[in-house]
Design a protein around this ligand. Structure first.
Ligand SMILES: Cc1cc2nc3c(=O)[nH]c(=O)nc-3n(C[C@H](O)[C@H](O)[C@H](O)COP(=O)(O)OP(=O)(O)OC[C@H]3O[C@@H](n4cnc5c(N)ncnc54)[C@H](O)[C@@H]3O)c2cc1C
Length: 527
């Protein structure tokens, strides 16, 4: 099956991996800036997390020359890949803040966005549970706060009502809050879908490229700045958006951006096997504290259950910021078990952690003309960026016009959707339930745990944003993500990539150069 089926828009943007020779096909390899064309960019976005990708998607609907650049080797590979994956209703935001406003707008936009861009979401709703008298007292405040945030149909529940909704609720539950607007979403496909539409509409995407310096043009009336990569490529641009998440402080130092302090706030999770899914019907929310939303127990869109996160403040640049620890995982399992009976009997199939971009100056800090004309700093997008990525992009578009003079002329040829064939196979099979549409390789399994076929992996490799690492394929197809966590299928999937692309097996990586799966000497053994 062709990626776009019978609908075949031309991919107008250029995609490059800044990788050594032999690690990807030559036409995808970044060698020099001539490949990007002679004109300066109108906007360069540094950071291809969900925030950078969402902005690139929205900018791609206008006649602009845009570059999205990231030091990692796929989009959404930083904090955006390691969160609770809730599409929040904003019920617990601080009323009157930009965050509250963005969450309100996002909740309205998400159903249409998900169906246009083929992002799986499930609006299962949340149930907050109070398990002691102190928490019980906070429920009426939480309800009022939700109403102040315009979160609809939020209401207090008795312990009896909770048990009817959640038969495995802890015996200690005294009452709770129904939060119908909460959904679970796909954290991976969100960034990918934004970036794919952006690329199709002409946004260039450069991966594996760390931006280590900026030459700010302070002299011209219409300045052209240069961003400079660690390997000395200079890229000219009229505007820069710093969407570098936890890398944002160091990057802002390069252009003299104003004061802000960020630190990673680590959140660890346990991922339970699919057998745990029947324990809960909703997203089970704890009563939040001033510091954190607390440990939740939530179904994933994929049919597992997650328990987490912790909230541990670490120093900037702490190399352990995305490690998991025995202590952290014990803590989340204890927290989850206070809400749901039987949780600790369920098998944990893996653990992961993400680092929130906690900023002392607040959430959703946005500075225009920061350190130079046309330079925009985004920071403090801490706990709700997946949800607000779309409303923040809309908000920024308007302000980029007002604050940094970005001319917005709609591109009438731009697409604003992905085709049906872009639904991930685990959500909707590529042959759409009609076996006569299936190819032979849709019947050949590569990942038995998640029932993902060789055909689906090949289709994914041919998709616009050509994934070329094992992790990138995993996030798109779910191969390697099941109960065996790749133990059974890793080698076969590496071989599928190698056969499909002609890249030698010793050059296939987990997540980019330096993470090769086999050595050249082992390659001989495989042959
Ligand atoms: C534990 C946890 C739970 C969360 N739960 C939810 C939730 O349920 N719902 C929700 O809506 N949100 C949630 N969030 C928040 C959400 O994940 C973040 O707000 C969002 O992912 C931030 O996206 P970003 O693009 O700003 O950052 P990132 O995804 O980190 O992207 C920044 C990118 O910049 C790149 N970069 C940095 N420096 C450079 C450089 N010098 N050159 C090139 N590239 C660079 C990085 O490689 C990275 O890819 C949670 C977060 C955590 C950690």
């Amino acid at each position: 099956m062709e990626w776009f089926g019978t609908w075949q828009p031309k991919i107008r943007g250029k995609l490059f991996y800044n990788w050594p020779q032999g690690s990807c096909e030559e036409h995808l390899r970044f060698k020099n800036t001539n490949q990007l064309g002679p004109e300066p960019y109108d906007v360069v976005i540094v950071g291809a997390g969900v925030i950078g990708c969402g902005l690139a998607y929205k900018l791609s609907l206008y006649q602009l020359k845009v570059l999205l650049v990231d030091r990692l080797n796929d989009v959404g590979e930083g904090t955006s890949k390691a969160n609770s994956a809730l599409i929040h209703s904003g019920y617990d935001a601080e009323p009157g803040t930009l965050e509250s406003e963005l969450l309100y707008e996002a909740e309205i936009e998400w159903p249409d966005l998900a169906s246009k861009l083929k992002i799986p979401i499930d609006p299962i709703g949340g149930v907050m549970m109070a398990v002691n008298r102190e928490q019980e007292k906070q429920l009426s405040f939480a309800e009022k706060n939700a109403h102040a945030n315009r979160a609809t149909n939020v209401q207090i529940l008795s312990s009896k009502e909770i048990r009817e909704l959640e038969p495995n609720a802890s015996r200690n539950v005294l009452g709770g809050l129904l939060v119908p607007g909460e959904s679970v979403g796909d954290p991976f496909i969100t960034s990918i879908a934004y970036a794919e539409v952006a690329l199709t509409n002409g946004v260039d995407i450069l991966l594996g490229t760390n931006i280590s310096n900026v030459e700010v043009d302070h002299k011209s009336l219409a300045p052209v700045h240069h961003i400079i990569s660690s390997d000395n490529h200079r890229i000219a641009t009229r505007r820069i958006v710093n969407a570098a998440g936890l890398g944002g402080r160091h990057f802002a130092d390069r252009y003299g951006g104003g004061e802000f302090d960020i630190n990673p706030r680590r959140g660890q999770f346990a991922l339970l096997d699919k057998s745990a899914r029947s324990l809960i019907q909703h997203i089970i929310l704890p009563v939040p504290t001033a510091h954190t939303k607390g440990v939740l127990v939530s179904p994933t869109i994929f049919g597992n259950v997650i328990v987490g996160p912790t909230a541990e403040d670490l120093p900037l640049d702490d190399p352990t910021a995305t490690h998991t620890t025995n202590e952290g995982i014990c803590k989340v399992m204890e927290g989850g078990s206070r809400l749901v009976n039987g949780l600790n009997k369920q098998p944990i199939i893996t653990t992961y952690s993400g680092a929130r971009c906690a900023c002392r100056q607040g959430s959703y800090v946005i500075r225009y003309n920061d350190g130079g004309k046309g330079i925009v700093t985004l920071t403090g997008i801490r706990s709700t960026g997946l949800t607000a990525s779309i409303s923040l992009a809309n908000y920024l578009i308007n302000n980029l016009n007002k604050e940094v003079g970005l001319e917005l002329s709609p591109d009438k040829t731009a697409i604003n959707a992905r085709p049906n064939s872009a639904w991930p196979g685990w959500w909707k099979r590529p042959f759409q339930g009609n076996l006569s549409n299936a190819r032979d390789d849709h019947g050949c399994m590569a990942c038995f745990c998640e029932s993902i076929s060789i055909g689906e992996i090949s289709d994914s490799m041919d998709s616009p944003l050509k994934p070329r690492t094992m992790d990138a394929l995993k996030r798109r197809t779910r191969a390697l993500m099941g109960r065996c966590q790749g133990f059974d299928c890793q080698v076969q999937i590496a071989e599928i990539i190698s056969d499909h692309t002609g890249i030698g097996i010793s050059k296939i990586t987990k997540n980019g150069p330096g993470s090769e799966l086999v050595t050249s000497s082992q390659e001989e053994d495989i042959k």
